[in-house]
Design a protein around this ligand. Structure first.
Ligand code: NDP
Length: 496
């Protein structure tokens, strides 16, 4: 098993320089598998955010990056992808060390991050814009231009991947950026900026600050020097970011929480449904915005399906993410584990029945980390908090339905609308149900795949806008209408 021997000394990256917080303060970054300090990170404050924003503003206003030919911007992004790929093992190791997830999941994240840079490198040299047929003698067209200075704020569950989903399209489109990782998981963020530095992107284009959300993050959302804020995180934080962004009517993109339904009809291929159901809730310890955390099962197969689910979930190997056998790692922090355990108590008090897990794991040397058992509740009802609120851990709540209409009603009955899965061998029914679901990402007879090519985001309180795909690039552009007069002569509206 590979581990680190030295505590990593993290820095922020502003105007092409590696810097500490102006206050000189730092905070400890913890390995969630054993509680050990793995890094010291600058504890930035508002003044550090201001410094980075001013640099990004100056850089954007100079026009240097937006005026760099797209083919050259693409070559920078491809160079980042190449270096990230060369260092893939190191990045996977660090991601697991800091976030806890199983190493094979970190490896997928790094590969996806590489592909994301390549996807947007390709995208920016492709045709875009539109022309319109309007009355002679005019010709109308639309071109896309960068928005300006973009604040990018990301959470701790996929530290590298969530960052790349924003950094790649924002830079591709010609913006300058100020990026902030979560305080809990800043390690891969700094390593990514080492690569951004190495490939020689002009100073001031890409900046990275570290520090608490309510101070540093809030400044990134509020500053009048910033044109856009793109945020991924919880819905409560998203609301606060929206408010902070009103001062100069910022362009905003929000990718927020979810409480996504996974619907299993009796005519589904049950082994396929089982397999995906496990992944939907236990992948990344359930710390996934699109987790299938509500399992809706048709009554005819409910008991049989739950029984098989328990059998399979019991066998999930929980342990240090660095062990190749591990299938579920620790939760990201003690505070987060305590929040998840609290929800388990709430579920019991509400009358849901626990049929698997529900506890912290303390045996076999796991006591120093933040490990939990895969947990399943049955008898969930729509009034319960564990059915309505995002737990963001390995906790599945099962509900029963008796027909298609009831399945749709239950599925749509939360404030969220991020994702949904449907399992049935009746293709028409599957599509019919999916068309009634108020969710931005849906899967038929599978659950979870994400593609750089396809849009990511939610309905209702799961967010505004879409990441990834062509939609993801559009989020970082303004649309300019251009009307050209093909007959240059006075219009003659006024007689004298
Ligand atoms: P938070 O909302 O707590 O934090 C996300 C980021 O926002 C962190 O960098 C945090 O900083 C920062 N932040 C916190 N408060 C503020 C503020 N007032 N102003 C500006 N920035 C702030 O989310 P978590 O990190 O706990 O992540 C979990 C959440 O993320 C879940 O709800 C999950 O559903 C959601 N998520 C959504 C995804 C999607 O695509 N829809 C994908 C992944 C996660 P710091 O932590 O350093 O204080």
């Amino acid at each position: 098993m590979k581990t680190l021997t030295n505590v990593i000394d993290l820095k922020m990256y502003i105007n092409g320089e590696w810097v500490d917080a102006l206050s000189g303060q730092t905070h400890d970054v913890i390995n969630p598998a054993n509680g050990e300090v793995i890094a010291k990170a600058p504890l930035g404050d508002v003044e550090d955010a201001v410094r980075a924003i001013e640099v990004a503003r100056q850089s954007f206003d100079s026009g240097e990056w937006a005026d760099t030919p797209p083919v050259q911007r693409a070559s920078y992004l491809n160079a980042i992808a190449d270096k990230l790929e060369e260092r893939a093992d190191e990045f996977a190791l660090l991601e697991t060390l800091n976030q806890g997830k199983p190493i094979k999941e970190s490896e997928i994240d790094v590969a996806d991050a590489v592909a994301c840079f390549r996807y947007y490198a390709g995208m920016i040299t492709k045709p875009d814009g539109q022309t319109y047929h309007v009355a002679d003698p005019m010709q109308a067209m639309v071109v896309r231009e960068p928005v300006g200075v973009c604040s990018l704020i990301v959470p701790w569950n996929f530290p590298l991947l969530m960052s790349v989903w924003k950094i790649a399209p924002a830079l591709a489109a010609g913006n300058t950026i100020v990026y902030k990782p979560s305080e809990v998981t800043p390690v891969s963020a700094m390593k990514l900026f080492e690569i951004i530095d190495e490939v020689g992107i002009p100073k001031g284009v890409a900046n990275m600050v570290m520090g608490p959300g309510p101070t540093v993050g809030n400044e990134l959302a509020e500053s009048h020097l910033v044109d856009k804020v793109s945020f991924t995180g919880g819905t409560v934080t998203g609301r606060s970011i929206m408010k902070a962004a009103t001062g100069n009517i910022k362009n905003i993109s929000l990718e927020l929480g979810g409480k996504s339904p996974n619907i299993i009809f009796a005519d589904a291929d049950l082994e396929t449904a089982l397999d995906y159901t496990l992944m939907a809730i236990f992948f990344n310890q359930g710390e996934v915005c699109s987790a299938g955390s509500r399992l809706l099962i048709e009554d005819k197969i409910h008991d049989q399906f739950v029984e098989r689910l328990i059998e399979r979930a019991k066998k999930i190997v929980v342990g240090s993410g660095h062990s190749p056998e591990t299938e579920m790692g620790p939760l990201v922090s003690q505070a987060h584990m305590e929040k998840v355990l609290k929800y388990i108590e709430i579920g019991k008090e509400e009358g849901a029945r626990i049929v698997l897990g529900g506890n912290r794991l303390m045996n076999n040397g796991l006591d120093k980390g933040f490990f939990m058992e895969p947990t399943i509740f049955v008898d969930g009802t729509p009034d319960m908090r564990i059915v309505q609120e995002e737990i963001f851990g390995p906790v599945l709540v099962v509900q029963k339905f008796s027909n298609e209409k009831e399945a749709i009603e239950l599925a749509n009955n939360t404030k969220y609308g991020l994702a949904a899965g449907v399992f049935t061998q009746d293709a028409a029914k599957g599509l019919r149900v999916i068309k009634k679901l108020r969710a931005g990402i849906t899967w038929l007879n599978n659950y979870g795949p994400t593609y750089n090519e396809a849009p990511w985001g939610g309905y209702k309180q799961s967010g505004i806008g879409r990441g990834l795909g062509t939609f993801g690039l559009d989020e970082y552009t303004e649309i300019k209408q251009i009307n050209i007069n093909l007959q240059v002569e006075p219009v003659g509206w006024y007689k004298n």
